[in-house]
Ligand binder design. Structure first.
Ligand code: BG6
Length: 482
């Protein structure tokens, strides 16, 4: 066993786990729930992307329809979370349980009741819920009938949903986030990201990048309005942004590589500039001009953005990227073509570069730029797990990943002075992968007995990492031995 002394985190630090409704609840049609984007995405794998079908088609596999049946099994699952020592639990509210089509004027009471009961159960077990409003699960009706987030009408539908949730749950939930990984749509050439983030299915004559900028703008407005509404309802509520932080390093010290990496960071994180600082950066406005992009932004919009800046920056951290000069005359970054492998880093079986120090780097970078409290709301390691004959899962690779990342997080707090609200590792209970739809890409510290086709007993088993994280939490981050 290695003796590793970490830093003790403050008493009120939130130690949790994170999931999203569509990846674990299942029960996709229960109690009046409508069809979400995730419900029309088939299963895929590393080689084969998930397909989006026009309707739910017979004979196809839709893993989000069953998730891990959390909808029915949550009371036992929450007991396990409490046993692990969690004092918070990040999940999302499935928009389609509250507004099945998204454009109704009245919410679905059965959906609200489900979350009220779930949050009660958490609180009874000493766990405070942390809630994302939109986590890759917008009503599919809004995609088909309104064109997703390119349409400004969706802003009102979202703020109505947000307001209903804040009013109903403000006594149970303090920490909220508006849009999960809002900046992942920077991979706009990948249709999967455009759909998951913004409900965009592209028309033939449309410029993908311009459509993405418009959709993102409409989400910024919706988010800023939601922040204001939340504070009016209850001044105690904290509403955050949520970005996927994957720092992009320059491949070498060649000045052109450095400039390219800087533009890459600007391109991937302008979202944070708008949500934390309340305005668009100058380079981006010039970029739109040069490309003849017409993004509809009114003076009132600018005011809404300034008045609706977020209270904190939530972020996910899984990996870092690297880039180099792409040789183009214009300084620009395309996430789909301009990333290069970093020879200093190893990768997961799904090709994600493992870089614990990148977490500390990213936290410092955000702190220097946005000056907001931070909340690590996702971090984790997707891997193939092996169940032994006696029902054990020896996931030392996952413990190593968490150990290295938690240590860097603690240094960022204790040595760099970053104001960090909490840490909620991703998928602390196995669930459906968002990118591939697989079950076998497992992140959990709790194993769920189910395969990619939905077969299995759904039994929950504690992995070695369960006991390790329990010890970390019990020592408030000091005991990282493994
Ligand atoms: C983030 C998402 O992108 O990473 C989660 O917010 C997702 O929804 C997680 O599950 C891990 O990605 P994946 O594709 O391995 O499930």
């Amino acid at each position: 066993m290695k003796q590793i002394q970490g830093y003790q985190m403050p008493k009120d630090f939130l130690w949790g786990g994170a999931v999203a409704a569509h990846q674990l609840e299942g029960a996709w049609q229960a109690d009046g729930k409508g069809v979400s984007i995730a419900d029309v995405m088939t299963g895929g794998n590393k080689e084969q992307a998930r397909q989006v079908t026009k309707t739910v088609e017979k004979g196809k596999v839709y893993p989000n329809h069953w998730g891990i049946d959390f909808y029915h099994q949550y009371p036992q699952d929450i007991k396990l979370f409490a046993e692990m020592g969690l004092n918070c639990f990040r999940t999302s509210i499935a928009w389609t349980r509250i507004f099945p089509n998204g454009d109704e004027s009245e919410p679905n009471e059965a959906g609200l009741k489900f979350y009220e009961n779930l949050f009660d159960e958490c609180l009874k077990n000493g766990i405070q819920p942390v809630i994302t409003l939109s986590h890759f699960e917008m009503p599919y009706h809004l995609v088909k009938e309104y064109g997703g987030w390119r349409n400004r009408e969706v802003i009102d539908f979202f703020t109505r949903f947000a307001e209903v949730c804040f009013k109903r749950f403000h006594n149970q939930v303090k920490y909220w986030m508006t849009f999960n990984e809002i900046n992942n749509q920077t991979s706009w050439a990948d249709p999967h990201h455009l759909l998951q983030n913004s409900g965009l299915i592209l028309n033939d004559d449309e410029n993908l990048e311009e459509a993405m900028f418009q959709a993102a703008h409409n989400e910024f407005i919706a988010s800023a309005k939601a922040v204001k509404i939340a504070h009016e309802i209850d001044n105690n509520l904290q509403v955050g942004a949520m970005v996927a932080m994957s720092p992009i390093y320059p491949m070498t010290a060649k000045p052109a590589d450095i400039l390219e990496a800087q533009r890459a960071m600007q391109t991937r994180y302008y979202y944070g500039d708008v949500q934390a600082l309340g305005e668009y950066p100058a380079w981006l406005i010039k970029y739109w001009d040069r490309h003849d992009y017409h993004i509809e932004i009114s003076d009132l919009d600018r005011q809404i953005l300034r008045e609706g800046t977020v209270d904190y920056m939530g972020f996910s951290y899984y990996m870092s990227f690297a880039t180099k000069d792409n040789g183009d005359e214009e300084l620009h970054f395309n996430e789909n073509t301009d990333l290069v492998d970093n020879p200093y880093l190893e990768k997961s079986d799904w090709g994600w570069q493992i870089d614990a120090k990148g977490l500390r780097y990213g936290m410092n970078w955000m702190n220097d730029r946005w000056h907001k409290p931070q909340f690590i709301v996702e971090n984790g390691f997707g891997a193939y797990d092996k169940l032994t004959d006696d029902g054990k899962i020896h996931d030392d690779y996952r413990i190593k990943y968490f150990h290295d990342h938690i240590l860097e997080m603690e240094k960022a707090v204790a040595e760099d002075g970053i104001d960090l609200i909490g840490y909620t590792p991703w998928g602390h209970i196995d669930l459906i992968s968002a990118s591939t739809g697989e079950m076998k890409k497992r992140y959990g510290m709790i194993y769920v007995d189910q395969d990619d086709e939905g077969n299995g007993s759904l039994k929950r088993l504690k992995k070695d990492s369960f006991y390790w994280y329990q010890q970390v939490i019990a020592s408030r981050g000091e005991n990282l031995n493994f």
